[in-house]
Ligand binder design. Structure first.
Ligand code: ADP
Ligand code: MG
Length: 378
């Protein structure tokens, strides 16, 4: 078993606390993605797991053993970095083998066989005799992953491994990493700042901000039930629209009132508790629909289009709604132009309210059925 447990893990550098007491359980065989903006403490967390940084406080366990003071090479981990870290004077094969001989548990023949297998898995067999400068970025990254594979570690740690690749290659490598994980099921922590990568790769995704874990959940759950305003804004492209509203009871119904719209909130247990408060109202761009496509009963609002952004699969409209910016995804071949007034309604099943002060989610209009992990638990 090679689950990884972080308990109240802290990392301080002099006056900076980069990681502020993280609790996280990565299950045996799981692909967990750690995502967050640049500087939030992702690499520091991963480097503590790898043993490349000392743990300031808290406990780190791999496979049930506390490893706070265990040297990196005794942790049965292999790490892949953004910049590949290949030796320029060695061939791909030598790079993949490097360090294996000194871990003298293996004969040369065994090592050669492992390199051959890894090369085959990653389709780099024909490149094994080349040096890094004779390889493309994608090929180099394959070799770097190959070097991790030949170690057959219990845990893979990857830090932004695809960031240096062009967009097309990134998508291709993403699929290959998924396939690799399907085949090997090695416990993996994958760090990225890219929410698309996080959503597509993670069995679960841990969202981090400013040294603190915000939410740990499967990708769709993060998207549909963000635990707070930060997660709501970080996951999803473009971001969820957020407006300040007043929540109040009116003729027995609960409404969210904004200068540009008033919308009836679907009844839910707990809604009474927030009647009377000021809150942040959230709705995603794809959960806003042109009135002509809505049933007559739906409440609609007028907005003015300021910019049209054709994205091929859809048309993104930037609009003004009262004093606010509103982004709306519509049918890609729509002829709506800047300056046009449009009438829109919100998808009542996908409305969110967040506490104005601490940002915690107060309400999702569709109740969450499976109560999975709270922020910190496994
Ligand atoms: P991320 O990988 O999420 O971009 P990092 O873990 O690299 O973030 O950095 C988190 C914070 O810790 C940043 O504020 C960074 O400046 C700081 N930091 C990282 N490494 C060091 C170091 N060796 N010395 C001092 N501060 C550091
Ligand atoms: Mg980093």
């Amino acid at each position: 078993m090679s689950e990884i447990q972080l308990q109240q893990l802290v990392k301080k550098y002099d006056d900076v606390t980069a990681v502020k007491g993280i609790d996280l359980n990565v299950r045996d065989g799981e692909f967990l993605v750690l995502v967050g903006p640049s500087g939030c403490g992702k690499s520091t967390t991963l480097r503590m797991v790898a043993g490349l940084e000392d743990v300031t406080d808290g406990t780190l366990q791999i496979g049930g053993n506390v490893v706070n003071d265990v040297a990196p090479k005794e942790r049965s981990i292999a790490m892949v970095f953004q910049n590949y870290a290949l030796y320029p004077h060695m061939t791909a094969a030598q790079n993949m083998k490097f360090g294996m001989k000194s871990a003298s548990d293996f004969s040369s023949a065994e090592i050669d066989e492992r390199v051959e297998n890894a090369a085959e898995t990653l389709s780099v067999t024909d490149l094994l005799d080349r040096k890094p400068k004779e390889l493309s970025g994608g090929e180099r990254q394959r070799v770097a992953i190959g070097r991790a594979l030949v170690r057959e570690p219990e845990v893979f740690l990857l830090d932004e491994p695809l960031s240096n690749l062009d967009a097309k290659l990134r998508v291709q490598m993403r699929a290959e990493l998924l396939k690799l994980h399907q085949d090997l099921s090695t416990t993996t922590i994958y760090v990225t700042h890219d929410q698309t990568e996080a959503m597509t790769l993670g069995d679960r995704v841990a969202v981090m901000d400013d040294g603190v874990l915000q939410q740990v959940a499967p990708p769709q759950e993060l998207y549909d039930y963000p635990a707070n305003r930060f997660v709501a804004g970080f996951i999803g492209e473009p971001s969820m629209n957020v407006f300040p509203v007043t929540v109040r009871r009116q003729n027995g119904q609960c409404v969210a009132e904004h200068s540009g719209f008033t919308i009836t909130l679907p009844e839910r247990e707990g809604l009474d508790d927030i009647a009377g408060v000021e809150a942040d109202f959230g709705v995603r761009p794809e959960d806003i629909t042109l009135a002509e496509n809505l049933s007559a009963a739906t409440e609609t609002f007028k907005a003015e289009v300021t910019v049209r952004e054709p994205l091929g699969e859809l048309l993104l409209l930037h609009c003004r709604l009262g004093d606010e910016e509103l982004q709306v995804k519509v049918e890609p071949r729509s002829q709506i132009q800047p300056g046009d007034k449009i009438e829109v309604g919100f998808n009542k099943e996908r409305l969110h309210l967040f506490d104005m002060t601490d940002g915690d989610a107060l309400y999702h209009s569709t109740p969450q059925e499976t109560t999975s992990d709270p922020i910190t638990a496994e």
